[in-house]
Design a protein around this ligand. Sequence first.
Ligand code: PLP
Length: 327
Amino acid sequence: MNLDRLPRFELAQFPTPIHYLKKLTASCQGPDIYMKRDDLTCLGMGGNKTRKLEFLIGQALTDGADTLVTAGGIQSNHCRLTAAAACKAGLACDLVLSGTAPQVPNGNLLLDKIFRARVHFCDREDREKQLVQVADDLRSKGKKPFVIPVGGSNAIGSVGYVTAMAELKPQLAAMDLAPAAIVFASSSGGTQAGLSLGAKITGFAGDILGISIDQVKTGEDAFLPVLESIANETARRIGSDRILTQADFFLNCDYLGAGYAKPGDMEFNAIEALAQQEGILLGPVYTARAMGGLLDLIQKKVFTRDQSVLFWHTGGTPELFAWADRF
Ligand SMILES: *Cc1c(COP(=O)(O)O)cnc(C)c1O
């Protein structure tokens, strides 16, 4: 494997800590609940995109790019962290955001402005087209754009979550911990693909259980083939001969609620529970949905009291400020 030889640009300090959630565990009367704090990745209010961006920006700099271009929703954590990382790497940043410009920017959008990203608003269905258009316009002006897909979920970015599993292994050993499952919010797939591949490579015995934020398992938009292809392209990129199939991915699609970025009671209850019991903040779109799902699974006795589970906090706390009226 050539993990150490891939271009990488340092954005944060690793390992992120693992915390035991004592009061939450006591209140659930279920498994011991631990949390891996990828909300605490130094850069720009933190989150899971930091790990992917270390490898994406490594590649962008190797390619001689001068501008990062990516896309997402108006409250995209990925776009906010891409804008922050661009500042640190000395690159310009163009963001294609689905939605309309509010009078006063808030949450991640406010941070995008502070990081001086150029924001291009468009309709959700035009986002991919607009991403190509923005990159073409930059090229026609003599710039060298590096296009990052939504969520940074490709074989370059996903490597960041293979290395995250390698980081986790000695941490678990030092804590004498063998979680029955790692539970986390899954959306564009790079995190889950990397964790699942990394679990195989490092011999992690528990389940890698994604709580789907917006993806479905069956039908024409079925997501398992996407996870499979990102994971296998990532394996090729790092020189691993592992091959994953759709059966290697556990994606729970029971907590989609009213849809993407439409948090409801489950999400707001999870935010208040974690804040008031542990002093830890979740974001309404991703981490509160995933934690709400985990708490529901615990209530349904999917895990036993002698087991432990590791919730991988993927960040997203700046989203909170865009839902101020819900508290
Ligand atoms: C992007 C994001 C996720 C999902 O990660 P993917 O790799 O896109 O599946 C989870 N949580 C937060 C806070 C995110 O911003």
